[in-house]
Design a protein around this ligand. Structure first.
Ligand SMILES: NC(=O)c1ccc[n+]([C@@H]2O[C@H](COP(=O)([O-])OP(=O)(O)OC[C@H]3O[C@@H](n4cnc5c(N)ncnc54)[C@H](OP(=O)(O)O)[C@@H]3O)[C@@H](O)[C@H]2O)c1
Length: 256
């Protein structure tokens, strides 16, 4: 029988990377409203946004802490991993990510390649490596990675390496799920379509977004909450038998 699910994360500590805006901020607040006791909120450049998320988390009755790090650098990844090793999380949402810059093959420098891969793929792996020992000690835990529809369709113009990094993240989700399921840890991913937030305000034009709306059976772009709600579901006990899946959240915009 299902219990009261309204505060089902009570007593849990959740890490959300990229919690200063967008999907990450919505996820952190949703977890706090469902009772998570402590939110570890990572951000990079947008301190004000992270503080706003922290205030919303506290208003929901949870404790919160801000952890800054640039996850497109090895130093930043190590710094966040180090901070998380001491903090004993039950839930990890690997959400931080970005296209960084649109560039085709001929203009794509090695530096940009490393930046895109480190931020969207490497960071998720090494943050998980820092958090999982605590989960192993408890014999339970949940990891949700935020992939992208780009992982399935190769990405829009100048987003090929971003798409490849997200495809790697989806593959990692399956492999880690196999490794960790026997230890009581579930690993899954969500794959958003096009979310109407700062990400596309920076990387896409209004005209392109209108074309996406036109092609989307649901007839609108995604909100941050459309994705956050699925992340929260994957963190919850209702998803207890779901392992290694990447759930597409794209309004029916089916990719090959
Ligand atoms: N928006 C979409 O349509 C869409 C579609 C598919 C997948 N996604 C994925 O969804 C996830 C969340 O994105 P969003 O849509 O919420 O975008 P967003 O509103 O631009 O938020 C991105 C978050 O990632 C953080 N971030 C960016 N660069 C970083 C860096 N170098 N180091 C550490 N953190 C960094 C940002 O931190 P600061 O703000 O503090 O710098 C911010 O918290 C990303 O992984 C993205 O790839 C988004």
């Amino acid at each position: 029988m299902l219990g009261d699910m309204s505060r089902e994360f009570e007593g849990k500590t959740a890490v959300v990377t990229g919690a200063s805006r967008g999907i990450g901020a919505a996820t952190a607040v949703a977890l706090a409203r469902r009772g998570a006791s402590r939110l570890l909120l990572h951000y990079n450049s947008y301190r004000q946004g992270a503080e706003r998320t922290l205030a919303a988390v506290r208003a929901a009755g949870s404790e919160g802490e801000l952890l800054p790090a640039d996850l497109s650098t090895r130093e930043g990844i190590h710094a966040l991993a180090e901070a998380l090793r001491e903090r004993d999380a039950d839930i990890l949402v690997n959400n931080a990510g970005s296209l960084v810059r649109r560039a085709g093959l001929l203009e794509f420098t090695e530096e940009l390649f490393d930046t895109v891969m480190d931020l969207n793929f490497r960071s998720a792996w090494f943050v998980a490596q820092a958090v999982v020992p605590g989960m192993l000690r408890k014999g339970s835990g949940v990891i949700v990675n935020v992939s992208s529809i780009a992982a399935r369709n190769g990405g829009g113009p100048g987003a090929t390496v971003y798409a490849a990094a997200k495809a790697a993240l989806s593959a990692m989700t399956k492999g880690l799920a196999r490794e960790l399921a026997p230890k009581g840890i579930r690993v899954n991913a969500v794959s958003p379509g096009t979310v109407d937030n700062d990400f596309h305000r920076r990387f896409s034009t209004r005209e392109v977004l209108e074309q996406v709306v036109h092609m989307t059976p649901a007839g609108r772009l995604s909100t941050n909450e459309d994705v956050a709600d699925v992340i929260v579901f994957l963190c919850s006990d209702a998803a207890r038998y779901i392992h290694g899946q990447t759930i597409e959240v794209n309004g029916g915009l089916l990719a090959p």
